[in-house]
Design a protein around this ligand. Structure first.
Ligand code: GLN
Length: 192
């Protein structure tokens, strides 16, 4: 299995190393040609505006949107989730708009800008997941086809899935827990 990690900016090296620990081929993607032959793609966290500008520069936005249309499984973490979303007030340039959620950037305010919490994620089993939030977006609306996988105790959704698209507001690649990466690989392999 070959998984690409968009390497425009942000936490791509950490995703590559998590994927390698799970024994799959993990490749950085910087130009459209590198999307060829991939079974799945991760759009990492970082600064969504910077990532998005690079994607436009390299013509990756259009190519990725096209591949998603053809069924390529994609997982967006944090800024990556913002880029997949249908709407994000104030996000510039426009997100790809493929995942039926609306998000709000930097939604957790100064006091809770970065925090870690033990998150219940039924799809991953009983053991809570150590979720690291860094200037994270919140999911404000979940529409039609998107399904919520996890919520904060106050009810805010923080992980969703829509067919072969997965999005988390937090950073599983910054922990030792590989269950979210395995979950994405299972989606890619049609096991979930
Ligand atoms: N605050 C960033 C943004 O809005 C996202 C932060 C992250 O990916 N950790 O783009």
């Amino acid at each position: 299995m070959r998984i690409g990690v968009l390497a425009a900016q942000g936490a791509f090296a950490e995703h590559i190393s998590a994927l390698k620990k799970l024994g799959v081929e993990a490749l950085p993607v910087r130009v459209p040609k590198e999307l060829e032959g991939l079974d799945g793609l991760i759009i990492p966290g970082g600064e969504s505006t910077a990532i998005s500008l690079r994607m436009l520069d390299n013509n990756l936005s259009r190519e990725i949107a096209e591949r998603i249309g053809e069924g390529l499984p994609v997982w967006g973490t944090c800024a990556g989730m913002i880029l997949l979303a249908k709407g994000s007030p104030g996000a510039y340039p426009e997100p790809l708009g493929l995942l039926e959620i609306t998000v709000r950037r930097n939604a957790f305010g100064r006091q809770r800008e970065s925090f870690e919490t033990e998150l219940a994620v039924p799809a991953l089993g009983e053991k809570p997941f150590p979720a690291v939030f860094i200037r994270a977006p919140s999911i404000e609306q979940v529409n039609g086809k998107a399904e919520v996988l996890a919520r904060l105790p106050d009810g805010t959704p923080v992980a969703v899935r829509q067919g072969k698209l997965l999005a988390t507001a937090f950073h599983p690649e910054l922990t030792e827990d590989l269950r979210f990466h395995q979950y994405f690989l299972d989606i890619v392999a049609d096991k979930r």
